[in-house]
Write a protein of this length. Sequence first.
Length: 90
Amino acid sequence: MDWKVFFLTFAAVFVAELADKTQLVGIGMTAKSGKPVTVWFGSCLAYMLVTVLSVLIGIAAGKFIKPELIRYLGASLFIIIGILMFLKVT
């Protein structure tokens, strides 16, 4: 295992996910249901599935698209979504 890649990935995902809408959903679901363990298991399972899908897409995309292009496409998509959110386009 490449520990440098592991820790960089952990740090990037941890910071990116910190206080985002996923955590707000977890807080809301726990407050509403009063079942923190069930919410925790559901959240973990959902995030594992999303992560598996993103890794599989990354493997496939990496075979056909240069990593630099993926990075630029991702950044462009974030900018476009940000502009649409700012303009409240639905």
